[in-house]
Design a binder for this molecule. Structure first.
Ligand SMILES: [Zn+2]
Length: 227
């Protein structure tokens, strides 16, 4: 928990079996306060992680379900100061939510950063990849897993960016991402659900996608270790 100017941001930590040995992932929901699917999915994933002690013993998972608590309370994209927090990172922002999350991102040095969003202008799930090249190798199977609940966005242009089967390799400046000072870039994946689809299906699609990402990451690490 962090409190700053009256804003409280919840952090749920699921430790690995051997301290300091797990793949460390951060899952961030609710950066935009009017996108509840990511918040609910992050909470559901944190409950799942608490139960899967054996199965997830090689992971350290940190969940930040509501990164924009004032926007979430009001049901707005922006925070209480009228700012889109997902354009404020690593640019000298003075927003308390951003300062707290930047401190966390710097201290934790995540192997993977998964940000959960929804988009009311798309017909299906899609995502952005940046950071380490492996990011794309996690998003593609994640979109396949999500397809059991919601289709993949078929558009070739999404949000003004060119997309390849729901995968966008560009992005906005200032999004929640690893610190520029981190030499080994983390995997960075933004997962988006269609905001106009039923909420329960968006949550299910997001939960399935994140579980698949973690599983794929484990498999890729095992493969790399055997090379
Ligand atoms: Zn969003």
């Amino acid at each position: 928990m962090a409190s700053d100017e009256g804003i409280t941001l919840q952090k749920i930590v699921r430790k690995p079996q051997k301290a300091g040995q797990g793949y460390k992932f951060g899952v961030f929901g609710g950066i935009h306060g009017d996108e509840p699917a990511g918040v609910l999915a992050a909470l559901e994933l944190s409950r799942w992680a608490a139960e899967m002690l054996e199965e997830l013993s090689d992971f350290e998972l940190h969940f930040f379900p509501v990164c924009n608590p004032t926007g979430y309370r009001r049901g707005t994209r922006y925070n209480q100061n009228g700012l889109d927090l997902n354009r404020e990172f690593w640019s000298g922002s003075s927003q308390p939510e951003v300062l707290y999350l930047e401190r966390e991102l710097t201290a934790e040095r995540y192997d993977g950063i998964i940000a959960l969003h929804s988009d009311d202008e798309c017909d299906g799930c899609y995502g952005f990849v940046s950071g380490a090249v492996l990011s794309e190798h996690l998003l593609r199977p994640a979109l396949a897993a999500a397809r059991e609940h919601l289709p993949c966005c078929p558009q070739e242009i999404i949000d003004g960016f060119s997309a390849d089967q729901g995968i966008i390799r560009e992005g906005y400046a200032g999004i929640l991402s690893g610190p520029p000072s981190q030499r080994e870039r983390p995997l960075e994946i933004v997962f988006e659900t269609p905001a106009l689809a039923p909420l329960a299906q968006q949550v299910e699609a997001t939960v399935a996608a994140v579980k698949r990402m973690l599983n794929e990451y484990r498999q890729l690490q095992a493969y790399a270790a055997n090379l």
